[in-house]
Write a new protein. Structure first.
Length: 251
């Protein structure tokens, strides 16, 4: 299982002129491939801001999926920002350039051809819609902002550059009418016993899982550890005389 950062770039998202569609799809796609979303950043069309974000992820050797800003207009800064962050040149990739020339002919010049300029050392990401490739550079995938193009390109990146992982096993329990502040000790005891386990406490005033106020506790990890941690939590709740049920028992 790999962890990924997602960058969603564009003033139109931050201003509300367009609604982001990438987050939900990226999350679902990563999970389907057994990977984990570690963070998401919404970035403006400001070169220095984008470059600084890439410096962080390059320094951390992070896996990054970036949406937007790889066109040929003056407000598209993503390719150059990544090159500057990596301290490499922006060079015209011959394969990507050939695809653009084949697709647009003489109209590829002088502007569309700029979309074939990648950070030196990049490999192309095939675009099944209009053949204008994205770029893959040091575990950073630069994808267009158009969903119809970006989402199949994301699938290609995960299938080509990564090995599918095994999604974390999740166990859940719902505790009706509970107060988080009264159960902190129970939670801490669980984490002390299973320090490597994923754990969440989600209070709610009522939702589709349970109509009245409750807390949903979850443990995640390999199946044996997640189940053992959940069994400990359930035993502690039983010892305190606190009722609980699993979501599977909902009728």
């Amino acid at each position: 299982m790999a962890q990924f950062q997602v960058f969603i770039i564009g003033d139109e998202i931050l201003s509300g002129r367009r609604q982001d569609q990438h987050f939900a799809v990226a999350l679902k796609t990563l999970q389907q491939h057994g990977h984990q979303l570690a963070g998401v950043r919404y970035l403006p069309d400001v070169p220095a801001v984008i470059e600084r974000a890439f410096r962080d992820t390059l320094h951390d050797a992070a896996n990054v999926i970036s949406f937007g800003g790889i066109g040929a207009t003056p407000d598209d800064h993503t390719r150059l920002a990544l090159a500057k962050a990596a301290n490499v040149k922006l060079l015209r990739h011959p394969e990507a350039a050939a695809l653009i020339e084949q697709r647009f002919g003489a109209d590829a010049f002088p502007y569309r051809i700029q979309m074939a300029e990648f950070p030196s050392g990049s490999s192309p990401i095939p675009n099944p819609v209009n053949q204008v490739a994205g770029a893959f550079f040091r575990q950073h995938a630069l994808l267009p902002g158009f969903p119809s193009m970006a989402w199949p390109m994301l699938e290609w990146v995960l299938a080509t550059h990564y090995t599918d992982g095994i999604a974390a096993h999740v166990c859940s329990v719902i505790v009706p009418d509970a107060k988080e502040g009264e159960l902190v000790g129970v939670m801490q005891a669980l984490l002390d016993a299973y320090p490597g386990i994923g754990f969440s406490s989600l209070p709610s005033y009522g939702n589709a899982r349970h109509a009245t106020p409750h807390i949903e506790f979850s443990t995640s990890g390999d199946p044996a550890s997640a189940q053992a941690a959940m069994s400990l939590l359930q035993a502690q709740l039983d010892a305190l005389g606190i009722g609980w049920f699993t979501p599977d028992s909902l009728t």
